[in-house]
Write a protein that binds this ligand. Structure first.
Ligand SMILES: [Mg+2]
Length: 373
């Protein structure tokens, strides 16, 4: 543990911007139908159309005044504000806008880390326009986004991702907040503990019991104490409250496809075996899709026979799929269409392409976990 006693280093040389679109889906709908802006607006199917299922993907600021927020059940939103307008999301439209926004980022830098459909980190330390001030870059991006898509966003500017994200959240909508190295610790000390990324709903009560309610309380705790109580997160929080967070803006290439294939040591010789294997592959593909939070429209099945002839066939659906049952039933249809068992099967594969980011309502698992708290 000797390394714990080395003085902490803080890299303040970088210029990081976090851009967060304001009430994104709701703002897109208001832009396209200004009448909607006059009402509390909830992007979700009306709970009476879904038997109470469904999740709020976005609420406009009027709806937020009633306590409605993203990831809340649509039913709860309805109870809080029965007169709210409920509108189902149009994800193709939001994806198209998101893509336009991303193209604007690329005018300034290619070091972009998309966090979700409406949020991204940009490293503008070195940028394509040669502008030294990251604040100026952030303002230009806000203006460019408004000019291109008539939507507002909030920007946070700092020397690391953790602070940039807190900064963009500090003043919404249309805000811009800058946290300089000199201001970072004071800013962090006044924050409620739940604002620290990683401190979840389970951790807050534990922190409170220890007398930790704000960044200032956290700052007082020793590194050893935080590591003993919170493990890896404690290590990271000790640094974060001192404004230290070295994670780089990682350029994640857009995933174009997610697929799984398997080569069989003993060739498959019955329909039942093939279907069982397709079912397994569908399950794996679903798992991989959920990890990257993508869904897609084109299913590709690959079949290689023992004589090494290979058949691939793709089917494009008019809607997105992600679930293993849907993947399996599409794969099965393709198999029934082009597959044959006579020669024996050496390899099977299922791939989903034509991918787009999933919206909240499609990400089932984390939401259900949240609701149990
Ligand atoms: Mg947003």
């Amino acid at each position: 543990m000797a390394e714990l006693y080395f003085p902490l280093k803080n890299d303040t040389s970088r210029k990081i911007i976090h851009i967060d679109m304001d009430a994104f889906f709701a703002s897109v709908e208001e832009r396209d139908d200004p009448e909607l802006a006059k009402h509390p607006l909830v992007i979700a199917r009306h709970p009476s159309d879904t038997g109470g299922k469904g999740v709020v993907t976005t609420a406009n600021y009027k709806a937020r005044q009633y306590g409605i927020h993203s990831a809340m059940s649509a039913q709860k939103a309805y109870e809080l504000c029965p007169q709210a307008v409920f509108k189902p999301g149009n994800h193709e439209k939001y994806n198209a806008v998101s893509k336009e926004v991303r193209e604007i980022f690329h005018r300034y830098t290619d070091v972009i880390e998309p966090v979700s459909i409406d949020e991204a980190y940009l490293d503008v330390t070195v940028n394509k326009k040669g502008i030294r001030s990251a604040i100026k870059v952030a303002r230009m991006i806000q203006r460019d986004i408004w000019d291109a898509v008539q939507l507002t966003c909030s920007a946070g500017v700092s020397y690391n991702k953790f602070l940039a994200k807190l900064a963009s959240d500090n003043h919404k909508p249309r805000g811009i907040t800058v946290i300089s190295p000199e201001e970072a610790v004071d800013f962090l000390k006044q924050l409620p503990i739940e604002k620290f990324h990683g401190v979840g709903k389970k951790t807050v009560p534990k922190m409170n019991e220890m007398g930790i309610f704000t960044g200032a309380d956290l700052y007082e705790k020793s590194e050893m104490f935080l590591i003993q109580e919170f493990g890896k997160m404690g290590y990271s929080l000790y640094r974060k409250v001192r404004g230290i967070h070295d994670s780089s803006v990682s350029v994640t290439r857009e995933r174009k496809s997610v697929g799984k294939e398997h080569t069989y040591g003993r060739a498959l010789t019955t329909e039942e075996e093939v279907l069982a294997q397709l079912r397994q592959l569908a399950e794996k593909v679903e798992g991989a899709l959920r990890r990257v939070q993508r869904h897609g429209k084109t299913v590709v099945v690959k079949i290689r026979y023992t004589d090494y002839t290979t058949v691939t066939k793709r089917v494009t659906l008019p809607y997105y799929i992600v679930k293993k049952e849907e993947l399996f039933s599409q794969a099965r249809l393709i198999w029934e269409d082009v597959g044959g068992i006579e020669k024996g099967i050496r390899l099977l594969g299922i791939t989903l392409t034509n991918l787009d980011p999933m919206a909240y309502e499609n990400i089932v698992l984390p939401l259900w976990e949240d609701r149990t708290y």
